[in-house]
Design a protein around this ligand. Structure first.
Ligand code: FUC
Length: 350
């Protein structure tokens, strides 16, 4: 087991540092102090080498290139993931207005959210696991949201090759907290898209969205649609069905209602397998939403998969978006004195 760090470049006159945690099996994860980027999840490739299960780049320029930055590759997204209609929300009868950064709406924590921040880093290890702990305090002057919110993101790699991301938030004034990871998966490790991946979701419904991708409030049944991943389903087939239905996105950018993983019934929200290699990830999340985004029509250069649509897919575990306007979806308010904790966990199988 070991923890190493190396300079990964610089951005905004600050050093970007890459932390690499390696377990007793030689499996490693790498995380950056900028944006909490999860840069690598390296596992044996079965041929004596290693493969990165994640879309990643080996230099910071690829991530911050203005063409690529809107993909949020590997970043921690917050204070909220997804869209808040018109940047407007109420907490306990008080109204708040935050700036729009996508049309009239606020997306992924706004223009200067957690995905744009540097974090302070500590590390720790014991016999079973290694951790890199990222903390920052984000306030109104930075991202225009109310409250000074202290956020702690903990990446843990264990000796079973599993990865856990813990999200902790606390605040000095009422605000929002619905963070997620924008990691993109491509388990193939080759010049391939995710069309050969097989996806299973613990989901019966997805959200109806308007043409700005804001939930209408209706839940639509997945059954008999390309959204039915209740049984292992080849992504290429589902994507082709989406294209036949002429969805404007040309793939998935959709919000699934999932059964949260909990202690009593610890079922994954998602299982993703690369059929050719047999590599498989089981994803556990304690929240009721999962955004599946297949990087449609994206031509992002500089990453470890050839630029092009469907070169990787994000699975964003979060509370269903736009809860301020759809209280039945949940509550992402964060109140002083009531710290909040969320967790996403991945098991790896080969
Ligand atoms: C998902 C999508 C968005 C956006 C982003 C990179 O959360 O819902 O449309 O493109 O990822």
């Amino acid at each position: 087991m070991k923890i190493e760090n190396v300079k990964f470049g610089s951005y905004e006159d600050r050093d970007v540092i890459k932390y690499t945690l390696t377990n007793d099996n030689g499996v490693s994860i790498s995380v950056l102090n900028f944006a909490g980027i999860w840069q690598a999840y390296m596992v044996p490739n079965g041929e004596g080498g290693q493969v990165n299960l994640l879309l990643g780049a080996d230099n910071i320029e690829a991530y911050v290139n203005p063409n690529n930055a809107p993909l949020y590759v590997g970043r921690i997204v917050g204070r909220f993931g997804g869209r808040i209609a018109k940047g407007q929300f109420d907490i306990d009868g008080n109204s708040y207005q935050i700036p729009a950064n996508e049309g009239d709406n606020s997306l992924h924590g706004g223009a200067n959210g957690l995905s744009q921040q540097f974090y302070d880093i500590t590390t720790s290890q014991d016999q079973e696991k290694l951790q890199v702990i990222l903390t920052t305090t984000i306030g109104t002057a930075v991202d225009q949201l109310p409250g000074n919110e202290t956020v702690k993101i903990t990446y843990t790699l264990d000796n079973d090759n599993g990865v856990t991301i813990d999200f902790d938030g606390q605040t000095d004034a009422k605000t929002l907290f619905n963070p997620t990871t924008h990691a993109y998966w491509n388990l193939s490790g080759e010049a391939k898209t995710i069309q050969g991946h097989v996806l299973t979701l613990n989901s019966t419904y997805h959200l109806e969205l308007d043409d700005e991708k804001i939930p209408t409030g209706r839940k639509l049944p997945n059954k008999n649609t390309p959204f039915d991943f209740s049984h292992p389903t080849v992504m290429g087939t589902a994507l082709q069905e989406m294209q036949e239905q002429h969805v404007p996105e040309g793939g998935f950018d959709d919000i699934f209602v999932v059964l949260p993983s909990n202690r009593l019934a610890h079922e994954p929200v998602a299982t993703l397998m690369d059929a050719a290699s047999g590599r498989k990830i089981k994803m556990y999340s304690d929240r009721n939403g999962l955004v599946v985004y297949t990087a449609n029509g994206q031509h992002a250069d500089g990453f470890n998969r050839p630029a092009g649509q469907w070169f990787a897919m994000a699975m964003e575990g979060q509370t269903l978006p736009d809860t301020p306007h759809h209280p039945q979806f949940g509550d992402i308010s964060l109140r002083p004195g009531y710290p909040q904790h969320y967790q996403i966990h991945y098991n790896y199988f080969a």
